[in-house]
Design a binder for this molecule. Structure first.
Ligand SMILES: Nc1ncnc2c1ncn2[C@@H]1O[C@H](COP(=O)(O)OP(=O)(O)OP(=O)(O)O)[C@@H](O)[C@H]1O
Ligand SMILES: [Mg+2]
Length: 290
């Protein structure tokens, strides 16, 4: 299974939302990181064949997905970032409706829906109207609908927004389980969502794909840029003014600042092991202090 993007761009007016992306995805989980507005959703919508590239080609196993039509939709599962729900449908009705749109047989759909409701822990809420669900529950219904047709290509756009930590772990494990023989692309702002399960991380900035590598390699790449610095309360503002400051840890002995910087930020600074949050800060400075 190979999903290939060649020079894919999407332009809205004079805005290049996706700028000349070339890459290849094979089976496994890909974590998709990028600041707000960096083009993740726009790219995912093209991968889900909901919108067409302005230029460039997306192909699955060598065939342009825009020529595949229904054959592509048959192997695709897509959870949009903002999903329009049918408030007066029950959870079960909604899934039956989506199953029929996806062309599943009634019997097959019934079994699959029961299985998925169990998987996303909603069996007991299947009669509840969609309009009455909490944010996290809606998200889980969204995940279930994306998996209805047992997709070989699964595109999920911020699927864990609104999930509580327990649901998030459950969802992460679910993806890890099913990813062995499929392509899963997952966008998120929460690095712990992908820390353990991503085979590779894609980093998008201003519409361009600026990195694609294993988490280990990406972290190795910035290993000399992550520092721990002992500081006093009074010194914090000046560090924040000059550096990207991550966690500020208060200990009995004093304050410890985590700083992302190419040059050593203070004589007492020491390099510390990198984590994915550092990676996020390194690439998305606008997030610092937010
Ligand atoms: N239909 C559209 N018309 C005009 N501009 C658009 C449209 N869709 C997206 N954009 C612009 O394209 C850029 C990329 O948006 P996109 O939604 O893909 O970003 P994102 O990475 O998904 O952001 P977020 O993390 O907030 O979801 C933004 O500047 C956005 O305003
Ligand atoms: Mg988005």
């Amino acid at each position: 299974m190979k999903l290939k993007l060649e020079n894919v761009s999407k332009v809205f007016g004079d805005k290049k939302a996706v700028d000349n992306v070339t890459t290849e995805l094979t089976s496994g989980v890909y974590g998709f990181l990028g600041a707000n507005g960096s083009g993740k959703t726009t790219l995912m919508r093209m991968l889900a064949a909901v919108s067409m590239p302005t230029s460039g080609v997306i192909s699955l196993n060598g065939e342009d997905i825009s020529d595949m039509g229904a054959r592509y939709r048959d192997v695709l599962g897509y959870l949009p970032q903002h999903i329009g729900f049918y408030k007066s449908f029950s959870v079960e009705k909604f899934l039956q409706y989506i199953a029929s749109l996806k062309g599943l047989e009634k019997r097959e759909a019934k079994e699959r829906i029961a299985e998925l409701l169990e998987m996303v822990n909603l069996s007991e809420s299947k009669k509840v109207k969609m309009g009455k669900l909490s944010g996290g529950m809606k998200q889980r219904v969204g995940i279930a609908q994306a998996l209805l047709n047992d997709p070989k290509v699964l595109i999920v756009d911020e699927p864990t927004a609104g999930l509580d930590p327990k649901e998030r772990i459950r969802f992460r494990n679910l993806l890890a389980e099913i990813a062995s023989d499929r392509i899963v692309l997952l966008s998120t702002h929460i690095v712990s969502d992908i820390e353990y399960i991503a085979k590779e991380i894609l980093i998008m900035k201003d519409g361009r794909l600026i990195q694609k590598d294993t988490p280990q390699n990406l972290m190795k790449h910035i290993a000399s840029n992550v520092w721990s610095v002992d500081a006093s309360d009074a010194e914090i503002p000046s560090y924040q003014a000059s550096y990207k400051v991550g966690n500020i840890t208060r200990r009995a002995e004093g304050i410890d600042l985590r700083i992302i910087s190419e040059k050593k930020p203070a004589p007492q600074a020491v390099n510390v092991p990198v984590n994915l949050e550092d990676l996020y800060l390194y690439y998305f400075d606008e997030e610092v202090g937010a």
